[in-house]
Design a protein around this ligand. Structure first.
Ligand code: IMP
Length: 201
């Protein structure tokens, strides 16, 4: 079975396709092989809705099963924000640093026990004609008092991992890729795909 990875981001394609490599009966192709595929608008209220919407619209358009993900950071003290708005939190004028400063300001004064947060990633595989499966991965931590670290991207510099005593941006990328929400969601998807094809995973 051929599955289209519904992202034009080469980094994401490489991460997902490397992690899902070797499942018997599955081959993965990039959305870059389908330059006219539409850009799907991510207007869902949950990570699941967005991932399923992206995967379904691409599967319908291309006529092959498609896989898509949606991810972000959920902060308990902010009633779950930024959530599905993570990439565009604070509006289009902000970069990653600006979004991190905004979030730090919003939780200023919140005591350590109230600063819990998690990264969430949902991966969906959808089929032309209907039907889908999803896999959710989470990584728990809390919001630091200030930014630190230079690895990773996005909210990594303010995401503190108590078991490491460091932010996500201070641990090596290989370690992040072992414990991250994305790694966990991909692992679940590996099991789903292996079950679908009867492969060994
Ligand atoms: P998307 O899933 O590519 O739409 O990404 C959503 C947004 O969530 C990103 O732009 C980042 O701001 C944030 N995000 C998702 N995963 C991570 C991560 O591993 N580290 C830091 N930020 C992340």
């Amino acid at each position: 079975m051929k599955i289209v990875i519904a992202t034009k981001n080469r980094h994401k394609f490489t991460e997902i396709s490397c992690s899902l490599a070797g499942i018997e009966g599955i081959s993965l192709v990039s959305l870059n092989d389908f330059p006219n595929a539409p850009d799907v608008i991510e207007d869902g209220e949950t990570f699941e809705e967005n991932a399923v919407k992206k995967a379904s619209e691409i599967a319908e358009y291309i006529g092959l099963p498609a896989m898509a993900d949606d991810s972000g950071i959920v902060v308990d003290a902010l009633d779950g924000r930024p959530g599905v708005l993570s990439a565009r939190y604070g509006g289009p004028g902000l970069d990653d640093g600006g979004r991190n400063r905004l979030l730090l300001g919003e939780v200023r004064g919140v005591p350590p026990q109230g600063r819990t947060a998690r990264f969430v990633c949902v991966i969906a595989v959808a089929f032309p004609g209907g039907g889908h499966h999803t896999s959710r991965g989470e990584c728990a931590g809390c919001i630091a008092d200030e930014m630190s670290g230079t690895h990773g991207f996005g909210y990594d510099p303010i995401f503190f991992l108590p078991e490491y005593g460091k932010t996500m941006a201070e641990i090596p990328l290989e370690e992040k890729n072992r414990i991250s929400h994305r790694a966990r969601a991909i692992e679940g998807m590996r099991t789903i795909l292996a079950g679908m094809t009867g492969g060994t995973g």
